[in-house]
Write a protein that binds this ligand. Structure first.
Ligand code: NAP
Length: 349
């Protein structure tokens, strides 16, 4: 059997594409990712980056208000019982993703909880293999695998991952080990501001360590962080080592500040990297045209076509600029329409 459309990825782009493809009676198959420890560590579990956030206030259609009753009826109880109680702030990331997933399933999307680890785009039908060894052929593919958080690449970051080192404050910040202790956030963009501000709910103090003397973050978010009395900024500073022990995990961070080449050890119970993202394109092994930052290239202006006919890209995997849930969902819709029209030219309906 050859699938009409395989969608790889399960963030807003993947589900929007699935909803459109399913409503066009093309019976999409979604690989939503595998529930592995490696994916947990990398931040590439099913439902994407939005599943790692709290409130989503800028996704149209979800104004502040209590959605609990609706969520109770829309999401199966097995999943609903593990979702955080609704706060009245619109919708949370995990809720939004479950709703999108359910909407795609309601229209006949089939979902497989597995990673595509090998893909051959050199001839049609395209061939894929998953982590668990499933083999699939498809007339067309929509890639919506998103992006994941970067780390500095220090051996000491690796050593203490999940023991005080994290790249997602909103996922991990409420853990007991971070409470009432100083914490360090690295970076100077919107993510660093957001994470630092969020962590002040739990931490005794939050240090933002930034390599320059000015933030890249938007003014409103930078001002919010700078105005927070619990936040201290270490300007012109690089993290050289995450300090800790096997028993205690992270206990501090050693930084070096210029000018003066001043070395300092900050006591800290946690270290959060907020230094940008890497697109999840490794599994493509160079078969599609990528940018120098390894994002997928849309080869036609304002279209979602990639460098291989029949393969389309949507969401953060092809976007290092907007990176919003709404833009990802929008491009998922575009990819579905582009794919559907291309399949019609191939007489696949
Ligand atoms: P970003 O804007 O690319 O910022 C990355 C930050 O990390 C920069 O300050 C950069 O320093 C620093 N950095 C990068 N590599 C580093 C290294 N090796 N060592 C030390 N520092 C390093 O990434 P982001 O903050 O994740 O934001 C990405 C996009 O998402 C942006 O468009 C942002 O507006 C958006 N976003 C929006 C919201 C929101 O509106 N709620 C929240 C989060 C993110 P330099 O400044 O020196 O380059």
């Amino acid at each position: 059997m050859v699938e009409n459309v395989v969608i790889i990825g399960s963030g807003p782009a993947g589900w929007a594409a699935a909803i459109y493809v399913a409503r066009a009676s093309l019976k999409p198959l979604v690989f939503e990712g595998a529930l592995t420890a490696e994916n947990q560590t990398r931040g590439t579990l099913p439902l994407g980056q939005l599943a790692l956030t709290t409130e989503v206030e800028n996704y149209p259609g979800f104004p502040a208000g209590n959605l609990s009753q609706f969520l109770d009826t829309a999401i199966i109880n097995d999943k609903r019982q593990y979702m955080a109680p609704h706060t009245g702030h619109g919708v949370t990331g995990p809720e939004l993703m479950e709703l999108m997933r359910q909407q795609a399933v309601n229209f006949g999307t089939r979902v497989i909880t597995d990673d595509v680890v090998d893909i051959d785009l050199s001839k049609r039908p395209f061939r894929m293999q998953t982590l668990e060894g499933m083999e699939v052929q498809a007339h067309s593919v929509i890639i919506a695998t998103g992006a994941r958080a970067n780390y500095l690449g220090l051996p000491s970051e690796d050593r203490f991952k999940n023991r005080g080192v994290s790249a997602c404050a909103v996922c991990d910040g409420a853990l007991p080990r971070f409470r009432d202790r100083p914490l360090v956030v690295v970076g100077g963009g919107d993510s660093a501001m957001e994470e630092a501000t969020y962590l002040t709910k739990f931490a005794s103090r939050v240090y933002i360590v930034h390599r320059r003397d000015a933030f890249r973050a938007s003014k409103v978010m930078a001002d919010r962080a700078l105005g927070n009395p619990k936040i201290t900024v270490k300007w012109n500073s690089h993290v050289e080592e995450v300090l800790g022990s096997d028993e205690d995990g992270v206990t501090g961070v050693r930084i070096r500040t210029q000018p003066g080449d001043h070395e300092e050890a900050l006591e800290a119970g946690g270290y959060f990297a907020a230094i940008g993202h890497t697109p999840n394109t490794d599994f493509l092994k160079g078969q599609l045209q990528l940018t120098d930052k390894k994002y997928l290239v849309w080869t036609k202006p304002f279209r979602t076509h990639t460098s291989v006919e029949g393969v389309f890209a949507a969401g953060d995997v092809a976007d290092d600029y907007y990176r919003q849930a709404i833009t990802a969902a929008g491009s998922g819709c575009m990819a579905a329409l582009d794919c559907e029209r291309w399949l019609a030219t191939q007489d696949v309906h």
